[in-house]
Design a protein around this ligand. Sequence first.
Ligand code: OKP
Ligand code: ZN
Length: 346
Amino acid sequence: MKVFLNDRHPLHHGRHEMFRGELVPCFEVPARADYVLQELRDRSFGTVQSAPPIERATLERVHAARYLDFLTGAWDEWVALDPDNAQRDALPSYWPIRTFRSDVLPASFPARLGLFSFDAGSPLTAGTWEAARQGAACAAAGAAALLAGERSAFVLTRPPGHHAGPDFFGGYCFLNNAAIAAQVLRDGGMERVAVLDVDYHHGNGTQAIFYEREDVFFASVHGDPHTEYPYYLGYADERGEGAGLGCNLNLPLPKGTDFARWRDALRVALQAIAAHGAQALVVSLGVDTFEADPISGFRLASDDYLRVGADIAAAGLPTLFVLEGGYAVAEVGRNVVNVLAGFVQE
Ligand code: OKP
Ligand code: ZN
């Protein structure tokens, strides 16, 4: 399997995220990707390569121009506020929720930081833009590999992407790698594409990007947003809108769900994807469904991930795996590579 490694991922290394009134060390750390790479090497799995830079026009197929402009200059604007900010991560403190305007772009950088985000847990750092952009480049390259006839490929990147929407970051995500890959597949001639999101957290950004479209089906198995992040989206009654009605499937499960019940939901998602007539599949591969994950609540064991890969392979579609979450850092490699190994063995 071709593996597209984001070799710039270490440039994004947040120090702190806001959690219950305190700045706590980031869960989303560079070592996550390093462990996956090490596991690939230990098991001699895959051929690792880098990706050429991504065109801005490709990003604009999924993200708003004014959001990309903001991200491009964000770190310099943050430091311009105060030279001491060079030693601090940028975190938002203000958000334009109901009754505020979101059409006006305030001159104030902190005001725009909030306009383009939805939580204070996603630090923007000196290297965030470069790391995120190269991750998107890997996603585009992975999609191109499927278009060139590969049965599967894996995008080994961080920061993750599935919470990033058309014009906002959050949930550790800045550019929506899975959505970019799905769009590249569409633009390359695949008439119908599906995104299957198996991360513990609902992929609100991916859902938002494709919500009114029938050409990209989105299915997600995740912790019930009544109690789990991102709280405000991911409910079962969100079915898509307009032309996209019926092309969005949310399968929320209670915290504490074990593999047997989780697998039933996976099969429901895969059946819906088949019924949609998708010609290619993008998998938002988070392994924070793992029993020992520090911020999540499902109970999958490492061996279960082999079966996850096999179930996905049985769908019979060209498949691009894109790394999302997974915060039991030392086990992320084993769990991710188990999915990929289970896929190729099927
Ligand atoms: C990103 B991805 C932990 C709070 C959790 C955000 C979770 C983002 C998950 N102290 N806050 O879906 O894995
Ligand atoms: Zn997650």
